[in-house]
Design a protein around this ligand. Structure first.
Ligand SMILES: Cc1cc2nc3c(=O)[nH]c(=O)nc-3n(C[C@H](O)[C@H](O)[C@H](O)COP(=O)(O)O)c2cc1C
Length: 183
């Protein structure tokens, strides 16, 4: 199995990293392509419209490698902490640069085959996880669609302000079991 990880926390050993590591631990034999939004050289989309005409971005930067890995993946894992009920800015900048894919899919009628899986791993400091992440879900559905992924799931690990829950391994096993469901 080939996994593409898109990681959106600035903290390498924080809550989101621990959740991601626990889930990745369920796939010891997987080939993993990992992209850290906070390390990527990705300029923000400037809405120039070039991709409307050509289907591609004029920029050559770290989006190229990510795009190839997203295309090649059997499973996409997107992991990030909630920031102001939203997606951390560097990760959002990466998502905005998926606009060429958006124009291909929605503007040019590219067939969406839903042949891979995607899972969103989110952490939130507060206990009110549903309210905190509601604003994200429409964006995440777009991302799933663009990469021909059936949205397998979205797990919110809430209340991290109170510390990391003990049952991280059990939670990771639950996520893997959900991902293992047939498409
Ligand atoms: C700038 C910033 C904004 C945040 N906004 C929220 C928020 O709106 N809702 C929430 O529940 N937690 C919020 N948090 C808390 C983080 O989502 C939470 O601590 C998360 O588990 C951090 O993950 P990390 O350890 O990977 O950094 C915020 C944290 C930061 C630094």
């Amino acid at each position: 199995m080939r996994i593409c990880v898109l990681f959106g926390s600035p903290r390498r050993a924080g809550h989101t990293a621990r959740l991601l590591d626990a889930v990745l631990g369920q796939y010891p034999r997987a080939e993993v392509d990992r992209f850290d939004a906070y390390d990527m050289a990705v300029s923000p989309c400037i809405g120039c419209g070039a991709c409307d005409k050509t289907g591609a971005c004029f920029r050559r930067d770290d989006m190229d490698g990510l795009t190839a890995a997203l295309e090649a993946a059997d499973l996409i894992l997107v992991a990030y902490p909630i920031y102001f009920n939203s997606i951390p800015a560097p990760l959002k900048a990466v998502i905005d640069r998926m606009q060429p894919r958006f124009t291909q899919t929605y503007g040019r009628g590219r067939r969406v085959e839903k042949r891979k899986k995607i899972y969103f791993l989110i952490t939130a400091g507060s206990a009110v996880a549903e309210a905190e992440t509601a604003a994200n879900l429409l964006t995440l559905k777009f991302v799933a669609n663009l990469w021909e992924a059936r949205q397998m799931g979205c797990r919110v690990l809430a209340n991290t302000d109170q510390g990391m829950p003990q049952e991280l391994e059990a939670l990771a096993r639950e996520v893997a079991a959900e991902i293992a469901q047939p498409l």
